[in-house]
Write a protein that binds this ligand. Structure first.
Ligand code: X2X
Length: 348
């Protein structure tokens, strides 16, 4: 591993090195107090995620862990491991289950590799706007999914964090209608629903963990990807893409997940402090992402991305024609589908 002290410090990974027995290399200097504190905490937990340190998720997580530490008087210390430092999403999900990491944020669609109906919130063109998203996710739809998650030995915090409405970027051509997606080599996250959606568009979707995306675009292994603007900006995907089409083709979030054994090991009062601060940070992160997604277009244009705003009709029509909605209604079943439609209106 080629990590300099500087990048290590920036990434907040001192704990990992310490545990790996490399504390000697870090003795003295700026790291000494960092290491000493890690030993003192009664509960020393890891929170891992796939996003850059500059994304609001990690900015708010940084504040959150400080508050938790202060309010628990140092008894609970959570270290943040951003940027897939501990592995890709599918790998981190295994670590969360085994207890190798205690906290992890994950898209509901990727979580569906373990809990199939978790992806019901990710159906294409389901939510018209954020107001509907939060009503559903903080309401019955979120409660339904959290119920499913808890059956798998994982705890999901009440308020899902935002990823955003997703947009398609390419290095080849702007996407104007569904026909432009035909044959497109597009990276999608590892999830049956994502693959199914882009197959319905007749694209050639390739499942890759986010850790691999920048390089896959740079080497032209794929020509396209789709993500919210906050990620296109903070992960610098604009450096390796030319066009950005505002398709808003699905909303995506991040469930803040905890390993159940680790979470329940916390005494009630500490657990309440942790949960309260995670949910509060999530609500702030939602505001940050909204603000970014509203303002980033100008900045990304200046960095060389060419934007267009396709009409949604051809995309929805293609999904309908391909049987996408009826197929997934069948897979999710009537209960999940009717809860979704109680917020979005009829989809199929
Ligand atoms: O992998 C992605 O594209 C990302 C970062 O949006 C998710 O976590 C689903």
């Amino acid at each position: 591993m080629m990590l300099t002290r500087r990048t290590l410090f920036k990434a907040g990974a001192a704990g990992a090195l310490f545990k790996a027995g490399a504390a000697g290399a870090l003795a003295g200097g700026v790291f000494a107090p960092f290491v000493a504190r890690a030993q003192d905490a009664e509960f020393s937990y890891k929170y891992a995620n796939n996003l850059p340190v500059t994304h609001p998720m990690n900015v708010r997580a940084g504040e959150m862990v400080e508050k938790i530490k202060a309010e628990t008087r140092g008894r609970v210390e959570i270290k943040v491991f951003p940027s897939s430092q501990l592995g890709g999403d599918t790998d981190m999900l295994s670590q969360l289950r085994s207890g190798g990491i205690e906290f992890f944020t994950l898209s509901p669609l990727i979580l569906s590799t373990l809990i199939p109906n978790a992806s019901v919130s990710g159906i294409g063109f389901a939510f018209p706007d954020y107001a509907t998203v939060w009503k559903a996710m903080d309401g019955d739809l979120g409660a339904y999914v959290r119920g499913q998650i808890s059956k798998a030995g994982i705890v999901a915090m009440d308020n899902i964090w935002d990823n955003g409405f997703r947009q398609i970027t390419t290095s080849t051509r702007p996407i104007e209608t569904a026909a432009d997606l035909k044959g497109l080599k597009i990276r999608v996250p590892v999830s049956p629903l994502w693959t199914s959606m882009f197959r319905a568009f007749d694209s050639a979707p390739a499942s890759l963990n986010f850790a691999e995306v920048y390089t896959a675009l740079q080497t032209r292994t794929v020509d396209a990807q789709e993500n919210p603007l906050a990620i296109i900006a903070t992960a610098k995907l604009y450096e390796v893409q030319k066009y950005c089409s505002i398709t808003n083709h699905m909303w995506d979030g991040f469930w803040f997940l905890a390993n159940r054994r680790a979470f329940e090991r916390l005494p009630d009062d500490l657990r309440a402090i942790v949960a309260k601060n995670i949910n509060a940070a999530g609500l702030k992160e939602r505001e940050d992402v909204l603000a970014l997604n509203n303002t980033l277009r100008k900045e990304l244009s200046e960095k060389g991305l060419t934007f267009n705003e396709p009409k949604v009709d051809s995309f929805r029509e293609q999904l309908r024609k391909a049987g996408f909605y009826s197929e997934w209604k069948g897979k999710f079943g009537d209960e999940a589908w009717s809860i979704l439609e109680s917020y979005t209106g009829k989809l199929s």
